[in-house]
Design a protein around this ligand. Structure first.
Ligand SMILES: NC(=O)c1ccc[n+]([C@@H]2O[C@H](COP(=O)([O-])OP(=O)(O)OC[C@H]3O[C@@H](n4cnc5c(N)ncnc54)[C@H](O)[C@@H]3O)[C@@H](O)[C@H]2O)c1
Length: 403
């Protein structure tokens, strides 16, 4: 998915960017930084950017030099987002980089929810020491572990984002009839979705018709506890449910009851809790969704690409605190301005540039809640006085000149 070679060739004589690594980051990411333009290390005094996995940054002093933080992973609760926004630091994450890893485990989940592979393996272990009897016992005992095939069954995929789309598409190759539900489907996801997926109009349609249901939504006030006794009541008797998203999407006691009543035949979760352990019909996996070396590599590579494109071109992709702005370079100098999302800002910025007799080649402005980002491409030399004037505009947080 990611280029092996750095995309951005550094011009000779340009500054050396300092990248601090707060955690061990896979070489699949660190090797992408060209050695001529970047210095990477664990302890860097004035970093331009930080790459981090799980280290907590809440107590950390954020140096004035810091322009970007990239989290190699999805969750960003180890990063003080508000503090970063106030300081004009762009925080990136790597959505979808672990989607394939999760998809593969979900497919395993579907298989082990149908065929009694896990209890079967456990039972075979108990035959240890029976010598020639083992083969006979296996043939005699295997009927206890019969389970249905996936082919021809209906699978409901709730949430068609990075993971849901891949699960839905691949499940069709098992011969499953796949229904997808996502009221906020993105254009990218719509493009990636196989035309064999039936678009369900409501959750009700999924609940009432599907033999297998898999949930791939974020945990929000809307989705919290969405699988509960009421929703289970509307599902097909003996439904099998996969949860590789977040434990709190499912009301644990309702699920346990439904399993005991055989309303739900099997619940496969990547988020074990004490109450669920040891219950027949609940398969608990120790949060292995993204635990693959490839997933770590993908996250590191994506984080490195995001940081390089921001430091060198001012482009923002996959930020969690600032708007996405990705513009092909125009002119010979780019001015990136992070500012508050307030009126007259664009006027003041363009006036400041016009005062220097510089012609604007291209201007892009995007906002996200209280903050906004303006990228201006110009021809001509942008003086340090002009950068200072731009910085002095009330509401401007950070000005960066890209040559
Ligand atoms: N098990 C793991 O190790 C692991 C790893 C990565 C991600 N996850 C979890 O998987 C989930 C999905 O991740 P993703 O990368 O596909 O996210 P994503 O943001 O790409 O996709 C989420 C999708 O859910 C949709 N959605 C939001 N609210 C919805 C609703 N009420 N009904 C239906 N659809 C709704 C969104 O429109 C979006 O398309 C997240 O909860 C994430 O935390 C788990």
């Amino acid at each position: 998915m990611f280029q092996k070679k750095p995309k951005y060739e550094k011009k000779a004589g340009l500054k050396l960017y300092q990248i601090e690594l707060l955690n061990k980051i896979s070489p699949a990411g660190t090797d992408l930084f060209p050695k001529t333009g970047y210095c990477l290390g664990e302890e860097i005094a004035n970093p331009d950017a930080i790459l981090v996995r799980s280290a907590s940054m809440h107590e950390m002093e954020l140096p004035a030099s810091l322009k970007a933080i990239a989290r190699a992973g999805a969750g960003v609760n180890n990063i003080p987002l508000d503090k970063c926004s106030e300081a004009g630091i762009v925080v990136f994450n790597t959505p979808g980089a672990n989607a394939n890893a999760v998809k593969e485990l979900v497919l395993a989940g579907l298989l082990i929810s149908a065929r009694k592979i896990v209890p079967g393996i456990e039972w075979v272990k108990t035959l240890k020491g029976q010598g020639a009897e083992v083969t006979k016992q296996v043939e005699k005992g295997k009927s206890k572990f019969v389970g249905p095939e996936l082919k021809g069954k209906k699978l409901g995929v709730i949430g068609l984002g990075a993971i849901g789309v891949q699960v839905a598409n691949t499940a069709t190759h098992f011969g499953m009839e796949v229904l997808g539900y996502d009221p906020y489907l993105s254009v990218d996801a719509a493009w990636s979705l196989s035309r064999n997926i039936h678009k369900a109009k409501s959750l009700k349609e999924i609940y009432e018709t599907c033999d297998f249901i898999t949930v791939h939504v974020p945990l929000t006030p809307e989705t919290k506890g969405m699988i509960n006794s009421q929703s289970i009541q509307t599902m097909k008797h003996g439904v099998r449910i996969m949860n590789f998203s977040r434990g709190e999407l499912v009301v644990a006691e309702d699920m346990i009851q439904a399993i005991q009543d055989k309303e739900v035949r099997c619940y496969v979760t990547d988020f074990p809790t004490d109450e669920m352990l040891g219950i027949d019909g609940i398969i608990s996996i120790p949060h292995l969704g993204a635990s693959t070396p490839e997933s770590e590599d993908n996250c590191a590579a994506m984080a490195a690409e995001e940081v390089m494109d921001y430091l060198e071109n001012g482009n923002i992709k996959n930020s969690v605190n600032l708007p996405a702005v990705q513009v092909e370079r125009g002119g010979d100098t780019r001015i990136g301005i992070i500012h508050r999302n307030i009126p007259t800002m664009i006027n003041q910025i363009t006036q400041c540039i016009a005062d220097e007799n510089i012609n604007i080649e291209n201007l892009t402005n995007k906002s996200r809640k209280d903050f906004a980002y303006t990228v201006v491409d110009v021809y001509g030399d942008v003086s340090s006085q002009m950068a200072t004037k731009l910085t002095a505009i009330e509401g401007v947080i950070r000005v960066t000149i890209y040559r």
